[in-house]
Design a protein around this ligand. Sequence first.
Ligand SMILES: [Zn+2]
Length: 258
Amino acid sequence: MRAALGEIVTRQVRAGAAVPARTCYGTDTALAVVDAAERLRLPVVLLVAPSSAAAATGPKLIRMLRHIADDAAVEVCVQLDHAKDEALIRRGIEAGADSVLADGSHLPPAANAGFVRKVREFAAPLGVMVEAELGSVPGAEDRATAQGADTAGKTDPATVRPFLAASGAQLLACGAGNVHGRYRGVPALDWRLLAAVRDQAGPVPLVLHGASGLPEADLRAAPAAGIGKVNLNTELRTAMLLTIDREIAGCRRPARTC
Ligand SMILES: [Zn+2]
């Protein structure tokens, strides 16, 4: 069943957990993600990448993911991820996205807050939850490039409270040594920074982007650091591509028909 992201996150945070969010470039991935969530009896978020949403087929994909969410035995939410312009956000919401990351992290903080505030104004009456990103999560969210954690544009805790007041953001993605794509070297999340950001964010849950490659211990520790949602893309895509590669190699063997 489809559910409001705010409700799912609030409940999971109260239970000392976080909601998994997984990038779905197509219905195959979405069906597999929902199947896993149903087996675990846990809520899940289906993320739509900005490249998918901007494609001619974007609205169709969002409508199909909504249908999969409606049909699920667990609570599922469809979120447009890392949308950097208003037109794309309006298009995503029109197609049925339940939530959106209005990503103004490339802008100065005041302009970022203004962008998010504007999205909030037209999204709120439609019941669409708005996530913002302050600081930056390095790496291409749509590509599995390797990034060193040392290049991370970490969130300055001093900017968090004024940003949330000005923007009205309901979820906050932050940079604390996390990167999109693959980690170059050993990932090192800045837990002290995360605690400071959490203290400044008050009731607004934090979002951890770039979870691929983080050790399980980090993921288990994330909820206590104020993380209410964990976004993951690269690990899922890598597993899918390796499986396809293995199957194709199998097809090349003489005795096998595919
Ligand atoms: Zn991200």
